[in-house]
Design a protein around this ligand. Structure first.
Ligand SMILES: C[S@@+](CC[C@H](N)C(=O)[O-])C[C@H]1O[C@@H](n2cnc3c(N)ncnc32)[C@H](O)[C@@H]1O
Length: 236
């Protein structure tokens, strides 16, 4: 049984299947999966491309079609545990692989989800500093719903371009940490106190920490024991 207000060192598909078996339903999912870049952010040092930003205990390097099939499976498993009026905020980006842009729409449109909106996250900086192109500084948040036309609560009158800073690894101990502002906006726009928030790719635990601060219940999964320890410290 998966309990609320707990985080689990577990593959997210196993965790999501357990939630489904127990008919535990979730109000909101905020997450950012690994991007399948194997730490390759096109960073150039002295004219040579270097690998930077890899995860601990996890390679992040599948064949692209296997990666997309995995993401479809995870997204559909998230769909199955989400309440009918629930919302999933899925952070991803356009990746440049072998000189071609791959849009997350290539697999999101193959899932059961409705795409309610797309938010641009302007991070204003990047590790991707290859001078053969303009440096990409934005990422995307796909607002995914079961119901078409579901209403969010935009009480702050935010636009669909969010300016949020990156949190450096030196500060968080994790290579891809959300700024707390990201889960805060998502959770406040889609839940009320006591609701359940899930992050299937927990990382350093930002989503669950913010959910707790906002008096929501939380659940998180991560395959890395090291990141679960980091998240535990951050949440508790
Ligand atoms: C982009 S990071 C998430 C960062 C998080 N948003 C934060 O604020 O720290 C993705 C995380 O997914 C984890 N991960 C990779 N494969 C996984 C899997 N199969 N199940 C659960 N977690 C996984 C990695 O260990 C990594 O910490």
């Amino acid at each position: 049984m998966i309990e609320t207000n707990q985080i689990y060192n577990m593959d997210c598909l196993d965790g999501l299947n357990k939630l489904k078996e127990n008919s535990q339903y979730i109000d909101c999912i905020v997450t950012s999966p690994p991007y399948n870049l194997g730490g390759d952010f096109h960073t150039m040092v002295n004219g040579k491309r270097v690998t930077y930003g890899d995860y601990k205990g996890f390679k992040d390097k599948l064949k692209e079609d296997e990666y997309q099939a995995w993401q479809i499976e995870v997204l559909n498993a998230c769909y199955d545990v989400l309440k009918d009026d629930g919302v999933m905020f899925y952070n991803h980006k356009n990746r440049i692989v072998k000189g071609t842009v791959i849009s997350p729409f290539e697999w999101i449109h193959k899932t059961k989800f409705n795409v309610n909106q797309v938010i641009i996250m302007n991070l204003k900086s990047t590790a991707n500093v290859d001078k053969r192109r303009f440096f990409p500084v934005y990422e995307l948040i796909y607002v995914l719903t079961k119901e078409k036309g579901l209403k969010l609560n935009n009480h702050e009158c935010l636009t669909d371009v969010w300016e949020v800073k990156k949190i450096p690894r030196k500060v968080s101990g994790h290579p891809a940490t959300f700024h707390e502002e990201v889960p805060r906006r998502c959770i406040e726009a889609s839940t009320k106190e006591g609701d359940i928030v899930l992050d299937p790719f927990l990382g350093s635990g930002t989503t669950c920490k913010v959910a707790k601060d906002l008096n929501r219940q939380y659940i998180g999964f991560d395959v890395s024991e090291e990141y679960i320890d980091l998240a535990d410290k951050k949440i508790n």
